[in-house]
Write a protein that binds this ligand. Sequence first.
Ligand code: PXG
Length: 307
Amino acid sequence: MMKRNLRSRGGSDSMEELMEVYIDGKFYQKEDAKVSVFDHGLLYGDGLFEGIRVYDNCIFKLDAHLERIEYSAKAIALDLPWSREEIAQAHIEACRRNGVANGYIRTVITRGVGDLGLSPRNCSSPSMIIIADSIKLYPPEVYTNGIKLITVPTRRMSVAALPPMVKSLNYLNNILAKIEALNCGYDECLLLNDQGNVAECSGDNIFIIHKGKLITPAPASGLLIGITRSAAMECARELGIPVIETDMTRYDIWNADEAFITGSAAEVVPVVELDGRKIGSGKCGPLTAQLLELFRKKVRCDGAMIA
Ligand code: PXG
């Protein structure tokens, strides 16, 4: 992040972070970037969000993220008052103004300001917030040693309740799972769906490799269709690895040759243990390593350029 020496009120020099946050067509200094307490995004979690990576001045898969916003908006009956191009330009401008050549963009779209009733009909118009910031990455050894997962009691919510394909501002389901994981000493966890099949992790998608095939739960299992998930499947096809989307159980993961999770922040992280069972060799598997390598080649040239 850009920093500037600012003189504090006390007279001594202090380093303060300079950041300009986009809200509804204008940029505000971080401390002035505020929304109404009557925004239904805050009152009810009525809205959407995205988490997008920037690599070497390239907003990775921006178009896919914007398509997911459109699908999520359609699903929650929120009419977007901006074109895809307008939203794209706002993202590019947010990165430029903040000097983010490598980092993370958080996009938030809310139903907008309304009254204290549930009805979105009383909301004036949707709001869009774009924050371009730096990102804290996993330490490099995670990509060779892998991470351990635990299955948590909280189930991924049903597709019939609120489809997990919608990246909505209602993330309590995921947060409850995360709390359970952290309480057990794990950073990430596996969530099953209401049928007891594997859905995904609290903030990542899950994959296994078994007998040379890449297998991942199908969207109907109840999961966010991750942009990194799609990119990993694309990489697998390019490497000639067959890709299968199907029902998956914990048994399948325990007996997999390799496993990994995907997410915008995580990229492709090997999973070496689930519920105390070692997966494969207990280290990053060979196909996972190949997929990660190809993925990292792609990220720098598959998206919208900032400069
Ligand atoms: N599943 C869920 C439930 C997610 O929230 C992913 C999968 C991966 O999707 P992408 O498109 O990033 O490949 C996500 C996205 C966090 C955090 O702090 C994670 C996400 C979103 C916001 C915060 O871990 N993950």
